[in-house]
Design a protein around this ligand. Structure first.
Ligand code: MG
Ligand code: MG
Length: 285
């Protein structure tokens, strides 16, 4: 056991009194393995999305996949959460609870958020899909939300600052003719040996601020965008976050590692090759 206990204590970088966990290259490889489990679970759930399927059934598909890979779901039991996925439909933004009686219908948008723990390392990713054919309004909402995530991921570059990511997300959304809302009480986060770590990653803000982006920093980038006003309400179930005005919302998320060779999108099957290409960024893969 020459590796010893010390090698398993994550290196911590201090910023503004808060500790940010910096991963070794080996630990990032472990997080990649976890990320691929989450990617596989989301792919399996997406493939099962159709009219009539229940969010409880989708939850079971995700849990089966994660456990089949020797991992465990990180949402299940988190502060008492009862699902492996968060299933948030239409005006629900995030944290919807899977329900064996809740069936998807043609035209619904569902945000599926999922994560896994493999060998102690967390991953976290989300995607929003439309059941059947999206309306033009829904297609545009999903498109801008996903593009804003990739714009943020493209700024996960060593030498930058945390709010370079925030600003890139915001600029992508505000560049649209439609006045989309950016949900501001929720956002991205550090991730590693816990699902939620410092730093918090806002989906808006001026660039060039916050902690320096250094190799070994791993973040979940997750814009939440609304067609209407971004004000939110939490339902009495203690979890589900909805838009106050009832407008539809979308949510996309990936876990990314900052490496000397560029961003490595740990929860994307291709490491981020396709999603980062429009930004002229070649990820580490
Ligand atoms: Mg998530
Ligand atoms: Mg997250």
């Amino acid at each position: 056991m020459t590796a010893g206990i010390l090698s398993r204590i994550p290196l911590l970088a201090k910023w503004s009194g808060r500790m940010i966990q910096i991963k070794t290259p080996h630990e990032i490889e472990l997080m990649r393995a976890s990320g691929l489990v989450t990617a596989g679970a989301l792919a399996a759930v997406k493939a099962a999305v159709r009219p009539g399927v229940t969010t409880g059934e989708l939850d079971a598909i995700a849990e089966d996949h994660i456990r089949s890979q020797g991992a465990v779901p990180n949402f299940l039991g988190y502060h008492g959460f009862t699902g492996t996925i968060c299933a948030s439909i239409n005006h629900e933004i995030v944290h919807g609870i899977p329900d064996p009686d809740r069936r998807l219908a043609e035209g619904d948008n569902i945000s599926i958020d999922c994560g896994a723990i493999l060998q102690g390392w967390h991953s976290d990713s989300a995607v929003t899909v439309t059941v059947g054919e999206p309306s033009a309004e829904d297609a545009a909402l999903l498109d801008v939300t996903e593009r804003s995530m990739w714009a943020g991921l493209a700024k996960a570059i060593a030498g930058g600052r945390l709010t370079d990511i925030s600003a890139a997300v915001e600029r992508t959304i505000t560049a649209e003719a439609h006045p989309y809302g950016i949900v501001d009480r929720y956002g991205g986060h550090g991730i590693g040996t816990e699902m939620h770590q410092d730093p918090h990653v806002l989906n808006y803000g001026r660039p060039g601020r916050g902690p320096k982006l250094v190799p070994g920093l791993t973040l979940a980038i997750e814009p939440m965008v609304t067609v209407g006003d971004p004000a939110t309400v939490e339902l009495d179930d203690g979890w589900t976050v909805i838009t106050k005005d009832g407008s539809r919302a979308a949510h996309f998320e990936h876990t990314v590692a900052i490496t000397p060779e560029g961003p490595w999108v740990l929860t994307a099957e291709d490491g981020g090759v396709a999603g980062l290409a429009p930004f002229g960024i070649t990820p580490r893969t």
